[in-house]
Write a protein that binds this ligand. Structure first.
Ligand SMILES: Cc1ncc(COP(=O)(O)O)c(C=O)c1O
Length: 426
């Protein structure tokens, strides 16, 4: 559901059976993920016991957290007076059990025909789905155009291809959005900046905007949305870069409105990150909402906002068993029965999740180790030169912030199976 100008959220600080964190708890603890008598608990359940019962590797989700994250973000946008349409980037977690929780709270950002189908199967109406994809084929477009979803197009060639497909299918022209590449980006690191100084594959650059508009006009397609996704995973110190990426985009929206285009939405993408470690600065949502309000100014448009990770990342942990503790050439390697095939964020993005020993969740970290997985690649690591409490083979550890993208991006590389997933309600 699209929520415009949502009011104050109904956030319960702690659900029944779930303790509120105290000042001495670790930085990551929160209602639903905390330390209970020294042991890690998720959604009121002892994490190690879940691992022993269900086997490892095992994703364990605290389902209520999806809703809390969406409500917190909507409330901040509401407080700043931003008329918004909040959509979940479904790619971050397409599991129907996750989507069920988000269904009453948000619309959907989809990036493929499969995601459109999944969203509709899970109860979203076509009007609540916005598609921003890349390199869409004719087959993709035909499948997407079977539904009355809105499309943001990210290349001049895509505008032309859409116009041709609509004509070929005998369908009327429809308003479209244009994904802009502002040449400025933000991201957790440069692997996650989707626009910036170096050219990326996403979006229409300023020098091609007139070509995109002429192509749209040639097919009778009006432009009703201007879209940007600056990058992913940025934190408080990336807010200024995020805001800088909006400036040229809003200027384009202003120009198009002056030219008579029916611009109804400026979509600011997703990208809000979640800290991986204690020293990473969390985003101040009020500052985020204020930056958007400042840039939008007096423009009479809705603001599309399509986070994936911010709604999903801290909803889950991945539990794994320690199967090897061994020193190699001065480095202590802690080997787990999980690999990058089920938890790829360090392997692909160098996002280094915090690891917690489940039986000693708040214990002093005295050992310097490298934590590795069970895939036959040297890069299959979760943490390097990292401090943990002492661990022994047979211990269960939790990788935090495992709820966004990991399950969705899992593979059976080395014929290691997907991890099971457990969705818990507090
Ligand atoms: C167009 C678009 N919107 C939203 C997202 C969601 O990003 P995030 O999970 O970083 O919020 C992405 C991620 O790739 C994207 O490409």
């Amino acid at each position: 559901m699209t929520a415009e100008a949502a009011g104050a959220p109904s956030l319960s600080s702690a659900a029944p059976g779930v303790r509120s964190p105290s000042a001495t708890d670790p930085w990551w603890s929160r209602p639903g993920l905390d330390v209970c008598e020294g042991r890690l608990a998720i959604a009121g359940h002892d994490a190690e016991s879940l691992a022993r019962k269900h086997g490892t590797p095992l994703f364990v989700y605290d389902r209520r957290r999806f809703a809390e994250n969406a409500e917190r973000l909507a409330a901040a946008l509401g407080r700043a007076g931003v008329r918004h349409r909040l959509r979940f980037a479904l790619k971050a977690n397409p599991d129907p059990l996750a989507l069920e929780i988000l269904r009453p709270l948000v619309g959907i950002d989809a990036c493929s025909p499969g995601e459109v189908t999944r969203a509709m199967e899970c109860g979203w109406a076509a009007a609540e789905i916005s598609v921003t994809a890349t390199n869409l084929s004719d087959r993709d477009l035909d499948a997407i155009l079977a539904h009355d979803v809105h499309l943001n197009l990210d290349a001049v060639s895509q505008v032309d291809r859409l116009g041709r497909r609509l004509a070929a299918l005998g369908r009327p022209a429809r308003p479209v959005g244009l994904r802009i590449n502002p040449g400025a980006g933000a991201g957790y690191n440069d692997k996650l900046a989707y626009s910036g100084v170096r050219p990326t594959k996403f979006g229409i650059y300023a020098d091609r905007l007139d070509a995109a508009l002429a192509t749209a006009a040639g097919h009778g397609l009006a432009v009703d949305t201007i879209h940007v996704h600056a990058g992913s995973g940025w934190l408080a110190d990336g807010l200024a870069a995020f805001e800088a990426s909006l400036e040229p985009v809003v200027a384009i929206a202003r120009r198009l409105i002056a030219d008579g285009q029916p611009i109804a939405e400026v979509n600011v993408g997703g990208g809000l990150g979640v800290p991986a470690r204690a020293d990473e600065p969390p985003i101040d949502l009020d500052a985020y909402a204020a930056a958007i309000a400042r840039q939008i100014g007096d423009l009479d448009v809705a603001v599309g906002c399509e986070p994936g990770d911010y709604l999903a990342k801290d909803t889950a942990i991945l539990l794994a068993e320690v199967v090897t503790v061994e020193e190699r050439d001065g480095t202590t390697f802690v080997g787990l029965d999980a690999g990058w095939n089920v938890n790829c964020s360090y392997f692909i993005y160098k996002y280094a999740q915090e690891l917690v020993v489940c039986r000693a969740a708040a214990a002093e970290r005295t050992e310097r180790v490298t934590v590795a997985g069970h895939i036959n690649e040297a890069g299959d690591l979760f943490a390097e030169d990292y401090t943990l409490p002492p661990v022994v083979e047979g211990d269960v550890v939790a990788l935090l912030n495992a709820g966004g993208y990991h399950q969705a991006m899992s593979s059976t590389h080395c014929l290691r199976p997907h991890a099971e997933a457990l969705f818990l309600d507090r």
